[in-house]
Design a protein around this ligand. Structure first.
Ligand SMILES: Cc1cc2nc3c(=O)[nH]c(=O)nc-3n(C[C@H](O)[C@H](O)[C@H](O)COP(=O)(O)OP(=O)(O)OC[C@H]3O[C@@H](n4cnc5c(N)ncnc54)[C@H](O)[C@@H]3O)c2cc1C
Length: 544
């Protein structure tokens, strides 16, 4: 029986684990926290699909077209086709597993409008779509756990992968209970560790998504892709711990953005883009907000209390709890914040990386969204990617299990030992805080060569001291050993942004404000003995 090691237990990891178990494979699913605490549960707005009850005029071709257009011509065409064609079946499957979608009085699934889409096609579960889907998938995973096909391993973190001669044979994990590393071998390893939020400190996402796994894999020979494309969500509110998302659903229900000028409201998005201006793609709305240089407000009061409570109750609760704002009576002061990563681990259409038997799915993988993701497409991509990877793994050859991994295990043990008792002037937390400041300052909504150069210099310095960090033994060892991988990913991200000398989707450069034919391809970055190399994937290496 094939053994699959899934790293990460959000919606992507769950989808892959369940699909592999359904196919009779044996799965070990690893994460430091339970699925119920993954970022996936935060997903509020919904999941896109052209279901049988679609809006008049909508079609799967239209979903494909919108996704490719949103991706600014650099998303993989075949991959996007597969994604959109599978969407109706995925919704059907989720319903069968017990996901309760919001429905119309006749029983058909309700749809809401989301940015950059030509039709209402976002299916939702009130404002708790992610929570509902995670719950349904966890229940399904539990039933396979009962049959002994899925083993869930909590309180364990990825340390590194076991790669030999271009093939992946498993991973070294850090066991938080024993505080020791352990090697787990498998026929395939699937990375499902989410985005890279922690590079930027406070974002809308989870701090569990720190990018370490992508950074470590880059150092181990895995290619990464399109790291420069980072989505700033236009409407968030700041709280002490994080940026709280004001879901696009508010604008989908008619919410209007405005600034105040001389005592009256200026609806700047509608003035510039007409009636649907508030629902322009996220990169455009974020840039327009930044360009106002003023406090921007979002008004939904006109919808009335009954509809607000029925369709946007979580947004109502959130604004009331964190800012004391009653959205049935007052506008919400909003600002853009880092939200989603279009870039990540480069994968082919079957979700395999450039290393045999190593796969990546969900937000940590880069494939469907090109230069900009449409809201509602990432939950879909997380589930679809898990299914596609499981189908490919089923067909792949089983791995030889006779390798000796004691050298890799010893390396991990030595690294963990070296963290103890270090007397360097650089505490890990200080470097992580400095990194977040550098990234926010130099890789914002609008970039330029000087800022990118500064960012690269700063991160290069942090990297030069990363092996000499001061580590408090009461902290989790994970924070100590993950630092170098996180910094490596940060530098790679800045280098990708520096190499793309044009503006496209979420990557806007004031020194190259237009798109260029030369750059109509994905950016790939690799790392070899301390050297980074970027190239444009003009030959479609990752698109077949
Ligand atoms: C506030 C918010 C609202 C959103 N709303 C929507 C929406 O309405 N529609 C939509 O389509 N998308 C939405 N998104 C995006 C979407 O939620 C994510 O892209 C998607 O859930 C990612 O799923 P995932 O399984 O790839 O990652 P995650 O859910 O982030 O799961 C990652 C898993 O990896 C584990 N992990 C991380 N690091 C390690 C490590 N070192 N070792 C082991 N395990 C590790 C984590 O513990 C976790 O289990 C939203 C995002 C946010 C932040």
């Amino acid at each position: 029986m094939k053994h699959v090691l899934v790293i990460g237990s959000g919606i992507a990891g769950l989808s892959c684990a369940v699909s592999c178990a359904q196919k009779g494979m044996q799965v070990t699913m690893v994460s430091p926290f339970p699925s119920e605490r993954s970022q996936s549960v935060l997903a509020a707005g919904g999941i896109n699909a052209v279901t049988p009850s679609h809006e008049a005029g909508d079609s799967i071709d239209s979903h494909i077209e919108d996704t490719l257009k949103g991706g600014c011509e650099i998303a993989g065409k075949e991959a996007v086709r597969g994604l959109c064609e599978s969407a109706p079946d995925i919704i059907n499957w989720l319903e069968k597993l017990g996901t309760v979608f919001t429905t119309e009085s006749g029983g058909s699934i309700s749809k809401r409008a989301f940015g950059g889409q030509s039709h209402r096609r976002t299916c939702f579960c009130g404002a708790a779509t992610g929570k509902q889907i995670v719950t349904a998938l966890v229940m399904e995973a539990r039933s396979y756990e009962g049959m002994g096909r899925i083993k869930r391993r909590l309180w364990a973190d990825f340390y590194g992968s076991l790669i030999k001669d271009g093939t992946c044979y498993g991973a070294v994990l850090y066991n938080e209970a024993t505080r020791q590393p352990e090697a787990i071998t498998a026929d395939s390893v699937v990375i499902a560790t989410g985005g890279q939020n922690a590079l930027f400190g406070k974002t809308t996402g989870s701090t569990q998504c720190d990018g370490y796994v992508a950074g470590k894999l880059l150092m181990q020979g895995v290619e990464l892709k399109n790291l420069e494309f980072i989505q700033y969500h236009p409407t968030t509110i700041e709280t002490a711990q994080k940026m709280m998302l004001i879901s696009e659903a508010v604008r989908g229900e008619g919410g209007r953005l405005y600034v105040e000028e001389n005592g009256s409201r200026v609806y700047f998005m509608e003035d510039k883009y007409g009636e649907h201006g508030n629902l322009m793609p996220r990169d455009i709305v974020s840039r327009c907000i930044e360009a106002t240089g003023k406090q921007v407000y979002l008004d939904i009061t006109f919808l009335g209390k009954e509809k607000i409570m029925q369709r946007l109750s979580e947004v109502y609760e959130l604004c009331k709890k964190y800012r004391g704002i009653d959205i049935t009576k007052e506008s919400i002061p909003v600002k853009p914040s880092v939200h989603f990563f279009m870039g990540g681990i480069a994968v082919k259409n079957n979700h395999e990386t450039n290393i045999k038997n190593l796969y990546a799915i969900g937000e940590c993988a880069s494939i469907y969204h090109g230069a900009n993701r449409l809201g509602g497409n990432s939950l879909l991509a997380a589930i679809y990617g898990g299914r596609v990877a499981s189908a490919s793994i089923e067909q792949a050859e089983a791995n030889d299990t006779h390798n000796d991994w004691s050298a890799e295990l010893n390396e991990a043990k030595e690294k963990l030992l070296s963290l103890q008792g270090s007397q360097s002037p650089y505490p890990v937390k200080y470097l992580r805080d400095m990194l977040a400041e550098t990234m926010r300052e130099n890789l914002g909504i609008v970039r330029n060569a000087d800022k990118l150069r500064q960012g690269i210099d700063d991160v290069s310095f942090y990297l030069s001291v990363a092996d000499k960090i001061r580590f408090d033994n009461s902290e989790m060892a994970y924070f100590g050993y993950s630092l170098k991988g996180i910094l490596t990913l940060a530098k790679a991200t800045l280098l990708c942004a520096q190499s793309r000398q044009e503006s496209r989707g979420a990557h806007y450069r004031s020194d190259y404000p237009t798109s260029s034919e030369t750059y109509k391809a994905a950016t790939i970055i690799r790392y070899d003995e301390g050297e980074f190399t970027t190239y444009l994937d003009t030959e479609g290496k990752y698109e077949s």
